[in-house]
Design a protein around this ligand. Structure first.
Ligand code: SF4
Length: 147
């Protein structure tokens, strides 16, 4: 007897980025155009990254770091969380640096800046804002530890 193979997509649920449908999750197909196969692969990638990040944090506590691991985690996270669909998003894309912040904030009358993330990132962003002449009072920040 010959078996025929039909290719069935499993149901999709993706909440991997800020563009997610209805603020909850994309099903069927992503707002970004992501299909269920890519979504599954990126889900696996995210699980793997959580494990890598946990070991990376333990290793750092023991005084060991590996730039290759750090670069991989950064690139994989960036690739997963920035599936920007140019048909939907018309704002700027890329790294948040002094130029981008300046361009966005310049037209605003009295902007307040919210920075959240790991201490290194929060510190770096505070430095960028200070370089732009932003007063400390106009910056709210929260640091996440333990991952
Ligand atoms: S990555 Fe794509 S499919 Fe996933 S939540 Fe964002 S827009 Fe939806």
């Amino acid at each position: 007897m010959t078996e025929t193979t039909t290719h069935h997509h499993l149901p999709m649920f993706c909440d991997q980025c800020e563009q997610t449908a209805h603020g909850t999750g994309c099903s069927e197909r992503g707002v970004c155009g992501k299909d269920p196969d890519v979504e599954s692969l990126q889900k696996v990638l995210l699980y793997g990254l959580k494990g890598m990040a946990a070991y990376k944090a333990h290793a750092r506590r023991l005084g060991k770091t590996d730039p290759e691991v750090e670069a991989f985690i950064e690139e994989a996270l960036f690739a997963t969380m920035t599936n920007v669909n140019p048909a939907v998003w018309h704002g700027p894309t890329g790294k948040i640096d002094a130029r981008l912040l300046g361009d966005i904030a310049r037209p605003l009358p009295s902007p307040v800046y919210y920075v959240t993330g790991p201490p290194g990132m929060v510190g770096a962003m505070r430095g960028v804002l200070e370089g732009l002449g932003v007063a400390d009072d106009d910056v709210r920040s929260e640091e996440f530890f333990g991952y």
